[in-house]
Design a protein around this ligand. Structure first.
Ligand code: NDP
Length: 323
């Protein structure tokens, strides 16, 4: 089968499309024909070596497709069934083996591309707005990179729960998308702190969702109300260096958390409950999942360049069925 493999870590140029043997499902695993594989920032961290991998490795972790064959003990999944997953190493390929514990049935009314686009970034937006901070009617949230994959979904889910979003984006075109997703105000990054204060009568926002990291962290703390929550969930501009905890004191008894999706989907029940909400909102037309770009496997390099070059909006998908 065709797959996108890396033999060494580095820039997007290390992504190579190659023929590799078909994987075989072991006990508790399911072989799936991939219809769409999600492209995520974490794939770029793995490609570049920020998160170590055993090499050579087929990249990718997320996708949706049809069950080909269930291994021993995974008979709950039937051939032909449409399924999706957020974490199956080797998903940038025509076929992938997924642990049954990771596999989620896709309900009627949700197609494979939408399901692939909703898993990793949608589950992230879900836990950020419901569990990391329990967004309620009237909550003020500052969402950075709001036209990105997580950003658009997070803006929509905060809005769905009655929260109010002040968003940041780098361009006016991206600002339009954030507004369409429900953001009440959209500013450039350097205007976020001042606008957060103005909109809240000088108090500051209840929560900041910051995936940009190095470039935005300091200003994000300044935008919070006393006892507000700083959610640092990514580092698209680079990782935040160690910082002085006394700043939480002077900022007004602030809280900081650095969450990961794995710790918010620790049990199968939790994974399925979050997916039920997500797929339910999508099927009911309440959550629009924007696919901003699709690429054949052979163009995986271009997908990574576009993502890291800030040229994309919404979700990027690789389509193994397309040349
Ligand atoms: P995005 O679609 O959000 O792409 C990144 C965006 O970040 C860009 O489009 C750009 O938007 C903005 N950005 C700001 N500064 C930079 C910079 N210096 N270089 C590149 N981009 C920059 O990606 P994803 O939705 O896939 O991921 C967003 C972040 O969320 C990533 O950091 C990722 O690691 C993190 N994440 C964390 C998870 C968790 O559970 N902790 C799970 C999933 C994702 P603009 O042009 O508007 O500035």
């Amino acid at each position: 089968m065709r797959a996108v493999q890396i033999d060494r870590t580095g820039g997007p140029e290390v992504l190579t499309v190659t023929d590799v043997p078909d994987p075989r499902p072991g006990p508790g695993q399911v072989l799936v024909e991939v219809e769409a594989a999600g492209v995520n920032y974490i794939d770029t961290y793995r490609r570049s070596g920020v998160y170590p991998l055993d090499l050579p490795a087929v990249l990718g972790s997320e996708g949706a497709g049809r069950v080909v064959e269930a291994g021993e003990g995974a008979a709950a999944f039937a051939p032909g069934q449409l399924v999706a997953w957020k974490e199956a190493p080797g998903s940038y390929a025509q076929r992938v083996v997924v642990d049954a514990a990771e596999l989620v049935p896709v309900p009627e009314g949700v197609d494979a591309r939408t399901a692939a686009a909703a898993m990793l970034q949608g589950l992230t937006a879900h836990y950020l707005a419901t569990s990391t901070y329990d967004v309620r009617h009237g909550t003020w949230a500052l969402v950075h990179a709001a036209a990105g994959g997580v950003g658009l979904l997070l803006t929509r889910i905060v809005t769905l729960r009655g929260g109010r979003v002040l968003a940041t984006t780098s361009t006016e075109e991206k600002a339009e998308l954030a507004r369409a997703a429900g953001a009440l105000e959209v500013v450039r990054y350097d205007g976020a702190t001042a606008r957060a204060r103005e909109l809240t009568g000088g108090r500051g926002v209840d929560v900041v969702y910051d995936s940009v990291g190095k470039d935005t962290f300091d200003a994000s703390l300044e935008a919070l109300r006393p006892r507000g929550l700083m959610v640092l969930f990514g580092g698209s501009s680079g990782q935040v260096p160690p910082f002085d905890l006394q700043r939480l004191n002077t900022g007004g008894s602030l809280f900081v958390t650095r969450p990961t999706l794995a710790s918010y989907t620790r049990t199968r029940e939790e994974l399925l409950a979050r997916c039920e909400d997500l797929f339910g909102w999508i099927a009911a037309g309440r959550l629009d999942v924007r696919v901003g770009g699709t690429y054949p496997l052979a163009d995986a390099r271009r997908a990574h360049e576009d993502l890291q070059g800030r040229r994309t909006t919404g979700k990027l998908l690789l389509l193994p069925g397309e040349e």
